[in-house]
Design a protein around this ligand. Structure first.
Ligand code: ADP
Ligand code: MG
Length: 157
């Protein structure tokens, strides 16, 4: 996977990044990992991303119910938050969604068992710089990396 660092100044820029990625995922399925400390912006990003995929529900953190599923204009978005269940993931049967032709976002992929560490086509590590600024480490395949380099040139310094 290729690595890219994005420097995001504020929540509006996070929204713009979500827009660019949603435009890519309109024609793409797969698993997206979101990692980073509490409050780094994983759920905020997911909310914007979901809205741009045509989901009008309010996307809240699934921390307390672990998993929420939404219908997009072209597919489904499955939103997981593993923070509370950690490695009890095995008992949940979530793999069925991860290997389906749908989009799955997994917050706290760091808690996945080893055998699932490579299922993502996009990995994003959110780093809180200050109240508004975030640095996002991205790992993606060549196609998606090229797309992001072109779309997100304003976030690359
Ligand atoms: P996480 O899901 O990573 O725990 P949340 O998305 O729930 O984090 O919370 C992030 C908080 O930080 C929200 O209150 C959001 O408004 C705020 N925030 C400030 N700047 C940004 C930014 N650039 N990107 C994302 N969230 C931001
Ligand atoms: Mg969250």
């Amino acid at each position: 996977m290729n690595n890219l660092t994005l420097k995001i100044k504020n929540v509006q820029e996070t929204k713009l990044l979500a827009k660019y990625l949603s435009e890519y995922f309109v024609n793409e399925q797969g698993v997206i990992f979101l990692d980073g400390d509490l409050g780094a912006g994983k759920t905020t990003f997911t909310q914007f991303f979901a809205n741009y995929l045509g989901i009008t529900d309010i996307v809240t953190s699934p921390t307390f119910n672990i998993f929420k599923r939404y219908e997009t204009t072209t597919s489904y978005l499955n939103h997981f938050d593993l923070y509370r269940i950690r490695d009890a993931v095995y008992d949940q049967g979530f793999e069925e969604y991860w290997f389906a032709n749908e989009i799955s976002i997994i917050e706290w992929s760091v808690y996945l068992p080893d055998e699932f560490k490579d299922i993502a086509i996009l990995k994003m590590y959110f780093n809180r710089i200050d109240d508004e600024a975030r640095e996002i480490q991205i790992y993606a395949n060549e196609d998606l990396t090229l797309y992001l380099k072109e779309k997100c040139y304003e976030f690359i310094y």
